[in-house]
Ligand binder design. Structure first.
Ligand code: SF4
Ligand code: SF4
Length: 439
């Protein structure tokens, strides 16, 4: 039987738009906008000024603090602005704007490091930090911080997240299929950096070609196993993945390391491999540009900082009248009100829905059907927490474990009354965090 978790949903996946399309290298952007806070933690500080010339791979933002990573130029050219700019996370973020010189010159200091066999665990972690590597699945947690867990946590397992359960997105699918050796090399580096001897690569059963590709890349390697998972949303959620692969539960309020596990995205492993092979920091990624509102959906290898509108144009432009643009997929993606914001390290995809495909519903009163409870993969009571949020009863919402909500959207998706449960719970979470800070 295929491994999975309790709860969850089966939305239309719509992956056929791009799943068979090989990754194409996107055109060199004329301009990139590099936000200084593409990661969770302290934003980095710009170390270049207007008028400076920079080269590809050059550091342009210095990490501030332990939970932070540096930022790098993804093209060569001239710095034309260092100022707050709109970014996909909403509002403004300090950013460095670079106009391309068209030469795409590599920064002189970029050279491949020693072979993995000669690198110490600390050297590997330092390479990962200096390369600005963060979780590539969307959350953007600095990878070296994840690898620096306290010894008392007894972490003994690494899981590579190749589930890619989000509808429409096929970036990891193509990566696993086209670069399985890189995913494996990055994983081996992470195993060496942490001293962990056991690893699993979890892939949903709607990507069996990727399963086969990874299995053949693993021939002759010890300690790494592919786990085929049932296709179900949100199979790629860390807690759901850990439960499906190991049977372990992450405790309420806890982290994967509390279950003895660290989870890294397949794209993160490939980014680590790229640093080992070339010395080049994280300046590009695979992004799926898709949806009914795009002429020719594609998987593109893009430079970080490329304006989203450039990516849409490289896919033939808009089809019909765009109704909604999301960075990411339909379940967890972030709706964008402007489309000249840049793609960032966590941009797994760009989904454009044609206006007729955007359904708007008026919420109705709850009919107490409990579908939201059955769908919740965390076993929360979404309807109760949402009601408490509507009444601004933040302490009570916290008592109902609102902070454990992973904002997967399953409850809202199944609700026949179209109540925006996830939105209410998200508001509760931000108020609980604000109250905690006050206290
Ligand atoms: S309450 Fe949170 S975790 Fe549960 S289904 Fe809703 S969004 Fe997902
Ligand atoms: S799914 Fe909607 S209608 Fe049903 S119990 Fe939950 S909130 Fe109420």
């Amino acid at each position: 039987m295929l491994k999975t978790f309790k709860g969850g949903i089966h939305p239309p996946y719509n992956k056929e738009l791009t799943m068979s399309k090989a990754v194409e290298k996107a055109a060199l952007p004329k301009k990139v906008i590099i936000p200084m806070g593409m990661h969770i933690g302290a934003p980095c500080e710009p170390i270049v000024k207007v008028g400076d010339t920079v080269k590809k791979g050059q550091k342009i933002g210095e990490a501030k603090g332990f939970v932070s990573v540096p930022a790098h130029a993804s093209i060569s050219g001239k710095v034309t602005a260092v100022e707050p700019r709109p970014w996909p996370g909403g509002s403004l973020m300090m950013s460095v704007v670079i106009e391309s010189d068209g030469r795409d010159e590599v920064y002189e200091d970029i050279t491949p490091p020693k072979p993995l066999s000669e690198l110490s665990p600390e050297e590997i972690k330092n390479l990962i930090r200096e390369a600005g590597i963060t979780g590539m699945g969307g959350a953007g947690f600095p990878t070296q911080v994840k690898l620096s867990f306290p010894p008392e946590k007894n972490v003994d397992t690494i899981i590579v997240n190749g589930a890619e359960c989000e509808p429409y997105i096929t970036a990891d699918h193509r990566l696993l299929l086209e670069q399985p050796e890189d995913v494996v090399l990055g994983l081996e580096a992470i195993m060496k950096a942490t001293g962990i001897k056991q690893a699993f690569i979890g892939i949903e059963d709607n990507k069996l070609d990727a399963v086969e590709a990874v299995k053949s890349a693993l021939k002759g390697k010890a300690g790494i196993e592919v786990v085929v998972l049932a296709t179900k949303y949100p199979q790629g959620g860390e807690k759901q993945l850990i439960k499906a692969v190991t049977g372990r539960e992450v405790p309420s309020g806890g982290l994967p390391m509390d279950a003895g596990v660290i989870v890294n995205n397949a794209g993160t492993c490939a980014a680590v491999a790229n640093v080992l092979k070339t010395g080049m920091p994280l300046i590009e990624r695979i992004t799926t540009v898709t949806g009914s509102g795009v002429m020719e959906p594609k998987n593109l290898l893009i430079r970080i900082g490329t304006p989203l509108i450039d990516l849409i144009e490289q896919c033939g432009g808009f089809k019909g009248r765009p109704g909604k643009v999301l960075m990411g997929g339909p379940m967890m993606g972030l709706a964008q009100s402007v489309i000249d914001v840049p793609a960032i390290k966590g941009t797994t995809g760009l989904l454009v829905l044609e206006r007729d495909d955007v359904k708007l519903f008026e919420p109705m009163p709850c009919i107490k059907c409990a579908r939201c409870v059955d769908a919740c993969p965390i076993k929360l009571l979404p309807t109760t927490i949402a009601k408490l949020a509507e009444r601004k009863m933040w302490d009570e919402a916290e008592n109902y474990h609102a902070m454990d909500c992973i904002e997967c959207g399953c409850c809202s998706y199944v609700c026949p009354a179209h109540i925006p449960l996830t939105q209410h719970i998200r508001i509760a979470k931000s108020n609980i965090i604000a109250l905690r800070k006050k206290k």
